[in-house]
Design a protein around this ligand. Structure first.
Ligand code: WTA
Length: 653
């Protein structure tokens, strides 16, 4: 956790009550109601979740709500048969909400598309039939590398519909990252696009995929979706026998396709995320529990009502896009807004223009975006009418009280509650958050646990403390089911503390006298750059691949806009301790190539030595002290204390 964060939130004592008018109309209206439901959900989780699950469609009811017999491999709603696509699409398309808008899409150049639930249903069916016609069926993994166009949501839902496992790869990842993910998940197909707009230029996704899958024996087909719905295509190389245009393969497919009746514990998707060691891990989520949990959290945290227009700015490539752009809101028959491009294209008022134009009522974004808007200036906000907004949310990293207050005043005009939602790829859904009609909020706090979430702050000995490690005692329905292909890593990463009785998310937090949680950041070697998780070990292993590099240590440091930035200390072979700008560029190019631009460090510092203990362990804590200008912690265990002084000098330069 960063100390500056800790400092600020320790002194934060403002409280904002939910506006009475908001509470009056919301699903949940009072603290008493929350407390009673929460108590019930903790005392009788199975009864609680069974009741909620009944609000969704099941082809066959479950036999057991929670099966903990193979802890920590929990199972939910075992014996039940369902399909999340049915709950997100069919239920509405075949009922009274058929003509309700499901997706309002805006392209970066300003083009729009709207799909009603009925239209979405037919699009998903057509896509599902296309997948089937290309040999995809239940249990096959399909990698998806698409820009933020409606077909991204459609492709995800189509996979879910036929029981194929989707593995979405954020379209900012490099060819090498695609390769790692495709091989690890044994993807049989990759769905990509001929292009997508980002800051005025076209992303050439297809050529990146071509490079990525060149050596992937598992890939049989590459399905290419044209970015433009009007038949115009961007140029791309198509390989005979492997590559197929979606508009050709899909045009004569029937627009009806039955939903596969899936087991509650059938795999729904893999989503790769970074940890403190090794390569990114394929987080596994299954159908039943994930459906129930994303449905209920979306309903209560965003207070979704029939006339809401809900916009989550996250890309579907991240968990937020999965749970709270696609599955959660659609299961609630919400109207979602999806935007293709950059927040500052053609100017920094773009988001507010979209809010105004589409009359967005609920807006969910990341603190890093809020801080960028603050920097771009209030004028861009003031040009637009934001009166449609009624609720704001944040996710992905701690929000500093200053950004919270700006969001509250400038965007929410002091009348919209803010839900600061804490959760992770692994948790599948929101675990800590205010409920907007219920919970008084404090800037910087994710406040209280959601129903069924038994959260505590513990020290390493398992005692409850005020400041320490965040932990969750009971499993909740959308808890990850494992790490793909690595059950041992799953146990070691999340269940190694406290005799395996608690889930350990890797975050540090504090709890105040009102029981509010203040999550301050990771306690492991994962850095959160603009809300994107990056393992420092991933970067370190890239740098040592360079022939001139002997060793490296990467740390996270506070960053004004990104929340955290990366700093790399690089030890060169031989006696060169100066390096050069050319070498710096080469290392940056390696990061581009192996992960993606977003993982590039803010600073690369070449050095003669790294601070190590006598047993040879790099003391990252000291590197962080050097980078943040803090007084150095204990240096007595250092093998060579003079190293630190020389690094301090270098860092300043
Ligand atoms: C951090 C994103 C503070 C946290 C949904 C977590 C947060 C990691 C918050 C997960 C929040 C997410 N306040 N920190 N409201 N939300 N985090 O897997 O460190 O991309 O462990 O999931 O982001 O990132 P992930």
């Amino acid at each position: 956790m960063t100390e500056s964060n800790m400092e600020t939130v320790l002194h934060e004592n403002r409280v904002f009550n939910p506006p009475a008018e908001f509470s009056r109309k919301s699903h949940l209206k009072s603290m008493d109601e929350y407390k009673a439901l929460y108590k019930r959900s903790i005392e009788d989780p199975e009864g609680f979740w069974a009741e909620i699950a009944k609000e969704l469609h099941w082809f066959k009811p479950w036999k057991q709500v929670l099966d903990a017999s193979e802890k920590p491999f929990f199972k939910w709603f075992t014996g039940g048969k369902t399909n999340i696509c049915y709950n997100a699409v069919d239920r509405h398309a075949l009922g009274p909400n058929a003509d309700r808008k499901a997706v309002i899409w805006e392209g970066e150049p300003g083009d729009n598309r709207v799909l009603t639930y009925k239209e979405l249903y037919h699009e998903v069916c057509r896509f599902a039939n296309t997948l089937k016609s290309l040999g995809i069926g239940k249990g096959d993994t399909v990698a998806i590398y698409l820009p933020m166009i409606p077909e991204l949501a459609v492709a995800v839902l189509a996979c879910a519909r036929i029981g194929a496992v989707h593995s979405v790869i954020f379209a900012g990842f490099s060819a090498e990252s695609i390769k790692d993910r495709v091989l690890d998940g044994r993807s049989k197909m990759v769905i990509t696009g001929d292009g997508g707009w980002r800051r005025g230029s076209v992303l050439e996704l297809k050529s990146i995929v071509d490079k990525g899958v060149a050596d992937c024996d598992c890939v049989e087909k590459v399905l290419v979706v044209p970015r433009n719905a009007n038949g115009d295509r961007f140029d791309c190389d198509m390989r005979d026998g492997r590559d197929v245009w979606y508009d050709e393969a899909g045009k004569d497919q029937p627009d009806e396709c039955p939903c596969e009746e899936l087991d509650s514990e059938d795999l729904l998707f893999l989503l790769y995320t970074s940890g403190s060691t090794g390569k990114p891990k394929g987080i596994m989520h299954t159908v039943g529990g994930y459906s129930v949990y994303t449905y209920l959290t979306a309903k209560y945290v965003f207070d979704l009502q029939a006339d809401d227009v809900y916009w989550c700015t996250a890309d579907v490539g991240w968990i937020t896009g999965h749970s709270y752009l696609v599955y959660g809101p659609l299961q609630n028959a919400a109207t979602i807004v999806m935007y293709e491009g950059a927040p500052n294209h053609p100017d920094p008022g773009r988001f507010w223009d979209i809010v105004d134009k589409h009359q967005v009522t609920i807006f969910y974004t990341a603190p890093t975006a809020i801080r960028a808007f603050m920097k771009w200036g209030d004028d861009w906000v003031d040009k637009h009418d934001l009166s449609s907004l009624r609720l704001l949310g944040t996710v992905g990293e701690p929000i500093n009280p200053e950004a919270w207050m700006w969001y509250h005043r400038k965007i929410g005009k002091e009348r919209c509650p803010i839900v600061d939602t804490w959760w992770q790829t692994e948790t599948g859904g929101i675990l800590l958050s205010p409920l907007p009609g219920v919970t008084p909020t404090k800037p910087g706090s994710a406040t209280l646990p959601f129903f069924g979430v038994d959260a505590a702050i513990l020290n390493p000995d398992g005692e409850e403390v005020e400041t320490g490690l965040l932990s969750i005692r009971k499993p909740w329905p959308s808890i990850l089911r494992g790490i793909w292909g690595d059950p041992e890593r799953f146990k070691k990463t999340y269940w190694c503390n406290w005799n395996g009785e608690y889930y350990f998310p890797g975050d540090g937090a504090r709890r105040d006298k009102d029981g509010y949680f203040w999550v301050v950041g990771r306690v492991d070697d994962v850095v959160n750059v603009s809300g994107h998780r990056i393992g420092t070990a991933e970067l370190e292993s890239i740098f040592v691949e360079h022939p001139s590099v002997a060793e490296s240590a990467v740390i996270g440091v506070p960053h004004e806009i990104k929340g955290q930035g990366l700093v790399a200390f690089v030890l060169l072979k031989g006696d060169d301790s100066e390096g050069s700008d050319a070498l710096r560029s080469e290392l940056n190019a390696m990061v581009n190539e192996k992960i993606g631009k977003f993982a590039r460090p803010e600073k690369i510092i070449f050095c003669a030595d790294l601070p190590k203990t006598r047993s040879g362990k790099i003391m990252r804590r000291l590197l962080r002290d050097i980078a943040t200008g803090n007084a150095l912690g204990n240096v007595t265990t250092l093998a060579d204390p003079s190293v630190v002084e020389s690094l301090k000098g270098k860092y300043k330069d």
